[in-house]
Design a protein around this ligand. Structure first.
Ligand SMILES: [Ca+2]
Ligand SMILES: [Ca+2]
Length: 231
């Protein structure tokens, strides 16, 4: 984000102050003084944010990563964006936004008077329960049997049943950034993704993975939380 756009964003937040309504499609979490996006931020929502603030995001200038079924390897692509996650096939409006860095995810949430959840909040949001979602059914990286209806691709948000808090895709579909760091300064991601298989168990509640703030991946997105006292 440029200095000019940063100033514009700060002015907007100051002007909006406590009067800014929270976005639609949020749920209240029992025992936590926050609202949470009920689904992963979509490609459409992220594109609208990008144009509204006229910002450059990391995927405009940095190489993203996507998993190639032809080579059975992670491949780099400077053409991969949230609208074309693997650089060739576009996403539809309800696809989760991916190829989004931690910094850009923070900018999005801050623009809506929100922030990324902490790991502690995530665990309370998901309550340690496992709700089946879009995962890799088979032995990664060879074959996703796709019994859940989606083989080696993300699914439109809300394609699976929500958890008891009303949150969708908290297990699988795409990994989601948190604001909590590990000892090396990387940020924990939660949820697992459509590339997580039973062998890795990445979609299970207690799985730990932390990534560099500038990571861009075809299976990594986010959702925001909002403090109730600010609204
Ligand atoms: Ca699947
Ligand atoms: Ca997810």
């Amino acid at each position: 984000m440029t200095l000019k756009n940063s100033i514009y964003l700060i002015i907007l937040i100051i002007l909006s102050g406590c009067e800014t309504p929270i976005p639609e499609d949020v749920v209240s979490i029992k025992g936590l003084n926050i609202w949470v996006d009920e689904h992963e931020v979509t490609a459409f929502e992220f594109e609208r944010f990008k144009h509204q603030f006229d910002i450059r995001i990391a995927s405009d200038s940095t190489t993203g990563w996507w998993y190639s079924l032809d080579s059975l390897r992670w491949e780099k692509s400077s053409m991969a964006t949230h609208l074309k996650p693997n650089s060739m096939v576009g996403s539809d409006s309800l696809s989760p936004a991916v190829q989004v860095s931690w910094d850009d995810a923070c900018s999005y949430c801050n623009a809506l008077n929100g922030r990324l959840p902490t790991v502690d909040e995530w665990e309370k949001m998901t309550q340690g329960e496992y709700i089946p979602g879009n995962i890799w059914e088979g032995f990664f990286p060879f074959k996703d049997e796709g019994k859940d209806g989606f083989s080696a691709v993300s699914s439109p948000v809300k394609s699976f049943s929500p958890n008891s808090n009303g949150l969708y895709d908290v297990h699988g579909n795409v990994w989601e950034w948190t604001s909590s760091k590990d000892a090396e300064g990387n940020f924990f991601v939660k949820s697992g993704s459509f590339l997580s298989d039973y062998n890795s168990g990445g979609f299970l509640p207690d799985y730990e993975l932390a990534l560099s703030h500038d990571s861009l991946r075809v299976d990594l997105g986010f959702r925001c939380v909002y403090n109730k006292e600010k609204h």
